[in-house]
Design a protein around this ligand. Structure first.
Ligand SMILES: NC(=O)C1=CN([C@@H]2O[C@H](COP(=O)(O)OP(=O)(O)OC[C@H]3O[C@@H](n4cnc5c(N)ncnc54)[C@H](OP(=O)(O)O)[C@@H]3O)[C@@H](O)[C@H]2O)C=CC1
Ligand SMILES: O=C(CO)COP(=O)(O)O
Length: 336
């Protein structure tokens, strides 16, 4: 008799823990947290209070701070650490991961310097493995609170995607699939920059018309760059595109939106990062996105203003003025 598929999730933060809790409802799941205290708390109290307060995790979820044990456990490996740490974590885990184990990324940032997407970093550190991602409008706390949500397993091979979908699905968590890995991954990465802009607008006290403008023009920027890089346009109208953009720009739970809002209220990036104690991937990724836009001759005025605020110290009020250009291009055919 064959044993059930074993899932390992790397990363004991908000989202890694939440995805591990979802998977544990379906199949034996082991979560790797680098903090031994976090692993102990998950095993003994079924909570991760540092990231998710007193929310109850699936009781059968097991955790470890031993990366080798976690890697050896995996029939399916999920990478849920922030983008900047994926390469180092996987370099250490790689010798213990069995060949052909499918690997799914949860991360929504780009690697500074290389400009690589998380699934490309995984491809370099774990060559020969099928690689995809799980993404969508999934604010961790809402998912753990049992509020209905949907996500997408994006993977070029449909058969592997079909096998992975049910591992993460739950009664109120619907998991779709999509073969456009590039578009699905870029949607999640790029929306974080627009969410910082949405937060800045919020902090400046704008109205609903402005909120809608930031969101729709933001989607235009995301789609233009994504298509120029080779993604399918329709992906950006789906859950990993518009869906994730809406959730992140609208929700006070979004860390990226909170960064933008606090910047507009005159806090420094250092103060905000220290207070939040969680990752807002858009901060580190903004410069890389602007570089990619230039390389692909794509106009991204909102992303450029966000980059100027987080990297060059421009005040959000100035950035907002910068967006009020005298004349706009055609709605769908802006040129670089
Ligand atoms: N939170 C959410 O709602 C969602 C997040 N995501 C994405 O998931 C990814 C992870 O985010 P999230 O879980 O929210 O992040 P959090 O900030 O909540 O947690 C970060 C986790 O990563 C660990 N970590 C940080 N640096 C390293 C490192 N160098 N080596 C090993 N572990 C490290 C932290 O460990 P320690 O506690 O020891 O510092 C912590 O467990 C991000 O790319 C994010 O964009 C995607 C969808 C939803
Ligand atoms: O990606 C997310 C929701 O889908 C979480 O967004 P934040 O990282 O801004 O909290």
């Amino acid at each position: 008799m064959s044993r059930p598929v074993q899932v390992t999730v790397l990363g004991g933060g908000s989202w890694g823990t939440t995805v591990a809790s979802l998977a544990a409802g379906n199949t034996p799941t082991l979560l790797w947290a680098r903090s031994a205290d976090t692993a102990r708390e998950i095993n003994e109290q079924h909570t991760n209070s540092r990231y998710l307060e007193d929310r109850a995790l699936t009781p059968s979820l097991r955790a470890t701070s031993d990366l080798r044990e976690a890697a050896e456990h995996a029939d399916v490996l999920v990478v849920g650490t922030p983008s900047h740490s994926i390469r180092d974590v996987l370099a250490e885990a790689a010798p213990h991961v069995r060949p052909w184990v499918p690997v799914l990324s949860l991360a929504k940032g780009l690697e500074a310097g290389t400009r690589l997407r998380p699934t490309q970093i995984i491809g370099e550190t774990l060559p020969g493995h099928p690689v995809g991602l799980l993404a969508g409008p999934n604010l961790a706390r809402e998912v753990l609170d049992g509020k209905a949500a949907a996500a997408v397993v994006a993977l070029p091979d449909a058969a592997t995607a079909c096998a992975l979908q049910p591992l993460f699905a739950a009664h109120l968590f619907r998991v779709y699939r999509n073969e456009d890995l590039l578009g699905s991954e870029l949607g999640g990465v790029l929306k974080n920059i627009i969410a910082i802009a949405a937060g800045m607008a919020e902090g400046l006290g704008v109205g609903d018309n402005t909120r809608a403008m930031v969101l729709t023009r933001g989607l235009s920027e995301i789609t233009r760059l994504g298509v120029a890089m080779g993604a399918q346009e329709r992906t950006f109208a789906g859950l990993t595109g518009l869906g994730d953009l809406m959730a992140t720009c609208m929700s006070p739970l979004s860390r990226n939106r909170r960064v933008g809002e606090a910047l507009a209220r005159d806090k420094t990036l250092e103060e905000i990062t220290a207070e939040m104690g969680q990752v807002a991937e858009g901060v580190k990724t903004a410069r890389t996105v602007v570089e990619l836009a230039r390389e692909h001759d794509v106009r991204m005025p909102i992303a450029e203003e966000v980059d100027a605020v987080v990297n060059d110290g421009r005040h959000p009020r100035e950035a907002y003025r910068g967006l009020r250009r005298a004349a706009a291009e055609h709605e769908y055919h802006e040129v670089a």
